[in-house]
Design a binder for this molecule. Structure first.
Ligand code: XMP
Length: 510
């Protein structure tokens, strides 16, 4: 897929992969000579914010349009095809944004490829200012819509353009349109499955590592657990995992991680309890950025010491995912995206550590990582865990991080997650957790005045953590969470619920 900067680019790639066809995202301007080396069965040109006639608008290499490979241009991608092959694009005065009705032309017999099985008026999602006003010579119209005289076209020989967005849920037949392109036009085989991924990945890990030794840091999260399990499947005891307990994990977390990774999978795991060291370094620190730096720094030195004690190690396995890879190679990364990235890198390892890297998940989206985890036989409880920040509870314990305050936070957090799980909400929401605020308030318990901590409850829904909304948790569940925290967690007399979306808020409080 050639990415011209649409906010939906990753979504298109995910939709293609959901159809079990492998799809990679590359910058839209990648020359055909580069693309050719990957032997694509087809090319999808994404939408994008530009106008084809703008100076500096990203252009497709015309050689890619003439290579004889099937093409599907979406929105801006369609306009690029029109522009380069001799058609015209109107800088639209009639913008079309939101739902529209697509009328598929049934007269010229051609719809039987892209619109196979789809007839009449189809609800679609539009988001464009410009539109194709004149098709290139030899092209036929396949559909129209209210504001797009040509809402879909083809040359009848494998090149298609559509003005609407097939990847979003508001285009109910979008999945069919994409499937028609993949299977009827490109003749792809639906062979991208978790099983085939595991088979190929284990082969390539073996080829890369040979007889070398590999180290992997377990964080307790899904990504590092799946990466380690995959490497373990490929190499067995050539892999050693290091699991550092930084004292900032949730209640019973170290036991759970060890149980899954060690108990079920019989991995060689070095467990390091560095609680004292981390809490010592965090003593008196209130500034969240400083907390992050300290946790990151301490982690690196503990990990390095452990690695050194293992003798000669050649490779480091990491659970880097595809969205991170795309973000770091995208030409113009949005400022928020880059901020979140630095954010995430804190607590990671510095580049140039003396190991070679193995990143077996670097082409996977999160939902694919989960599917691979299940394929590898990992328990659902591990595979469907909610994300947890690298610096752990340090950034959810506002103010000073002490053993006593962490204990309060852990117990409150336990209640939140327990109630969310009991009420079947755990997998519906992105994250659910407690925050210990630096506030104390007055309360009354029994006949006594209390002066104790305020706990905030944060439950959010999100697709990718770039944006999020507060989850509309039923009042009864909130009531139970509040009641249980105040009763069960010593040192808390007030519970508040965070009703801020992101933006303007972030998910974590810090
Ligand atoms: P914010 O608070 O920026 O968080 O809205 C977005 C998502 O990222 C998670 N997060 C982290 N994950 N290392 C991680 O692996 C980190 O340092 C880190 N900081 C935040 C956060 O929990 C949320 O899901």
């Amino acid at each position: 897929m050639l990415d011209f900067g649409s906010q939906f680019s990753q979504l298109i790639a995910r939709r293609v992969r959901e159809a079990n066809v492998y799809c990679e995202l590359v910058p839209g301007t990648t020359p055909w000579s580069e693309l050719e080396k990957r032997h694509p069965a087809g090319l999808i040109l994404s939408g994008g914010p530009s106008s084809v006639y703008d100076p500096g608008a990203p252009q497709v290499d015309p050689a890619a349009l003439r290579a004889g490979v099937p093409l599907l241009g979406i929105c801006y991608g369609m306009q690029l095809i029109a522009h380069h092959l001799g058609g015209k694009v109107d800088p639209g005065h009639a913008r079309e944004y939101g739902p529209a009705l697509l009328s598929v032309d049934e007269t010229n017999g051609l719809p039987d490829t892209l619109f196979r099985g789809l007839r009449g008026d189809l609800p679609v999602w539009m988001s464009h200012g410009d539109h194709v006003s004149e098709m290139p010579p030899g092209f036929h119209r396949l559909a129209t819509s209210g504001n797009s005289p040509v809402a879909a076209f083809t040359d009848g020989k494998g090149i298609f353009g559509i003005q609407f967005h097939p990847e979003v849920v508001h285009t109910p037949s979008g999945r069919e349109v994409l499937r028609n392109f993949l299977f009827t036009v490109c003749h792809c085989t639906p062979s991208w499955t978790p099983g085939s991924f595991v088979a190929e990945a284990t082969e390539s890990i073996r080829a890369q590592v040979g007889g070398g030794r590999v180290i992997c840091a377990l964080s307790g999260g899904v990504d590092s657990a799946v990466a380690a399990t995959l490497v373990h499947r490929a190499l067995g005891d050539q892999l050693t995992c290091v699991f550092v307990n930084n004292g900032l994990l949730r209640k019973e977390e170290p036991e759970r991680v060890l149980d899954v990774m060690h108990g079920n999978l019989d991995m060689d795991i070095r467990y390091v309890d560095a609680t004292e060291r981390f809490l010592g370094a965090l003593r008196g620190v209130i500034d969240p950025e400083q907390k992050r730096r300290i946790v990151g720094r301490e982690f690196i030195s503990v990990f390095e010491a452990e690695a050194t004690s293992l003798g000669h190690i050649d490779f480091l396995a990491q659970g880097t995912l595809y969205p991170d890879v795309i973000e770091s190679t995208a030409p113009d990364v949005a400022s928020t995206a880059s901020k979140i990235k630095t954010h995430h890198n804190v607590g990671g390892l510095p580049p140039g550590l003396r190991f070679q890297l193995i990143e077996p998940l670097r082409y996977l989206f999160k939902d694919e990582v989960r599917a691979v985890g299940l394929e590898l036989g990992m328990p659902e409880e591990m595979v469907y865990r909610q994300p947890f920040p690298g610096p752990g509870l340090a950034i959810r314990c506002l103010g000073e991080v002490t053993a006593e305050r962490l204990e309060i936070l852990r117990n409150a957090d336990w209640v939140v997650v327990d109630e969310i799980k009991r009420n079947g909400l755990y997998r519906q929401v992105w994250q659910s957790f407690a925050v210990l605020t630096p506030l104390e308030t007055v309360g009354v318990m029994g006949d006594f005045r209390t002066y104790a901590n305020v706990v905030a409850v944060r439950v959010v829904t999100s697709e990718d953590a770039m944006t999020a909304d507060w989850a509309r948790v039923p009042y009864e569940v909130l009531a139970r969470i509040s009641n249980r925290i105040v009763n069960e967690v010593k040192g808390v007399n007030r519970v508040v619920f965070d009703i801020t979306s992101k933006p303007p808020g972030t998910i974590e409080w810090e």
